[in-house]
Each structure stands twice: as structure tokens, then as C-alpha cells.
Design a protein. Structure first.
Length: 255
């Protein structure tokens, strides 16, 4: 039985992805800050499916958390076949209003932690004959986004980093996949500072929808998959406009 490691697994997309992989007979390693939430999810999944759930409470926005997590998993004698770098958050608001520490934590979590975990587990996967690495980017990666300037930049990094290493690692039998969701019903908006109410929020795809998409995409030959036809059309429409125009449009949409 294979094992999947999911970061940011205490709620939203990470939680639903855990249930999706459990349903498909994967053992789970779930990582997040909120231990109480993880314990509830572990109990629910193990009562429903015949798989094993290991939980690790850790703040992955800390600079050396990647190494600590890798060593903990190694100490448990667990082998990761699928790594899903889901943990991440955004900050909404003009740059001058951003909290400096929160900005730093976001940059560490969204880019540095993701990169380190990718490297650490890719080395292990190469030794074991292969595996899957799934990195969560965003449709925000396709253009600069005023009022979410740093967040969109981190997701552009995730996209470019992942596409490059997908090429590097293909001969090692390691499949790297980028998933780019658009707005999704999760805790992301609350954390970022959006008001998640009204018809717009209700029309967003659910975290469960996205979890199914992640699992399904893993079994395709795609390197990069955008969730939803509307998001796909919007992301690719940037090819037909200058970056200045794309930035202006993004600014109006995010408001």
C-alpha cells in the first residue's frame, strides 16, 4: 500500500484531498499546525477506511521546518510515494498595508518550504525507483495581481520551479505535477482577508471538487492542470494581451 504526504491537511483542500486518497487506498501522513483538527480527521478516516493515518503537528512557515519534517518521517520508518505540497496562504491588500512578519511567513511557506520538501523527498524517491510530487500553484501565477502582489509572485515561482524540475526528474521516474486552482471554497479567503459571502463565493468549486481533480490528474500524463474550464480560458487569455493590460484586468477582478 502506497503512502501520500499532504501538507496543510487540517482543513479545506488538504483535508478533502486526504479523504480522496484514503478512499483510494493510500496510507496518509497529514501535516498542519492544528493538532486537534488533525486528530479529528485521523479518527474519521481510520473509522471509515482500512488505511493508516499518521499526523504531525508542525508550522511549515518556519525556515527549518522542512528538514525537521523529513527527519520525523524518516524516524517513523515511513516511505513517501506521493508528496502533495498543498500548504500555503495569501495576503490580500496593497503592499504598504501588509504585515512584515506575515509576509515573510508566506514567502517561506509558499516557496522555501515547498522547494525544500520537493528536494528532500525527490532524492528519496529517486533512490526508491520513483514517485509523484504534486505542487499547488494558482491561476494567480499567470499574471501579476495587484493587491495580492507577493502571493501571485510566489505562485509564479511554484509554477516555473515545478515545470523545470518535471523535466529534470522524468528520467528518475518521478512525475511532477502542477495543479492551478482558481478561487475555491476553503479557508484561503478568510486567511487572506477576503469576505467570503454572497453568490460569488457560493458559485466557487468546493475543496472536494478540487481534491477529486488532484487525484484524477495524478493518473494522467499532464504536467500542469488548471482546475475548471473558466479558469483555463482566463489563464490562457493572457497570451493575447500585454502584461500591462493583464495586470490592469487582474487588479479590477481582485477588487
Amino acid at each position: 500500500m502506497k503512502t501520500v504526504l499532504i501538507t496543510g491537511a487540517s482543513s479545506g483542500i488538504g483535508k478533502e484531498t486526504a479523504f480522496e486518497y484514503a478512499k483510494n487506498n493510500y496510507n496518509l501522513i497529514l501535516v498542519a499546525r492544528r493538532k486537534d483538527n488533525l486528530e479529528i480527521i485521523k479518527s474519521e478516516i481510520e473509522n471509515k477506511y482500512k488505511i493508516t493515518v499518521s499526523i504531525i503537528s508542525m508550522d511549515l512557515a518556519k525556515l527549518n521546518s522542512s528538514e525537521e519534517l523529513f527527519q520525523q518521517i524518516k524516524g517513523l520508518n515511513l516511505t513517501v510515494d506521493v508528496l502533495i505540497n498543498n500548504a500555503g496562504f495569501g495576503i490580500y491588500g496593497d503592499l504598504l498595508t501588509n504585515d512584515l512578519k506575515k509576509l515573510e511567513n508566506m514567502l517561506v511557506l509558499n516557496m522555501i518550504t515547498l522547494s525544500k520538501l520537493t528536494l528532500l523527498f525527490a532524492k528519496q524517491m529517486a533512490q526508491n525507483g520513483g514517485g509523484h510530487i504534486i505542487n499547488l500553484a494558482s491561476t494567480a501565477a499567470f499574471q501579476p495581481v495587484p493587491s495580492m502582489a507577493a502571493y501571485s509572485a510566489t505562485k509564479a515561482y511554484v509554477m516555473n520551479f515545478s515545470e523545470a524540475i518535471a523535466y529534470e526528474l522524468k528520467d528518475k521516474n518521478i512525475k511532477v505535477i502542477i495543479i492551478s486552482p482558481g478561487a475555491t471554497q476553503s479557508e484561503f479567503g478568510t486567511t487572506a482577508g477576503f469576505k467570503e459571502d454572497g453568490d460569488f463565493f457560493k458559485e466557487m468549486p468546493t475543496s472536494k471538487d478540487l481534491a477529486r481533480f488532484i487525484y484524477k490528474t495524478m493518473h494522467t500524463n499532464k504536467t500542469h492542470a488548471i482546475h475548471g474550464l473558466k479558469n483555463t480560458l482566463l489563464a490562457h487569455s493572457n497570451r493575447f494581451a500585454s502584461r500591462k493590460i493583464s495586470t490592469i484586468v487582474a487588479a479590477k477582478m481582485i477588487k
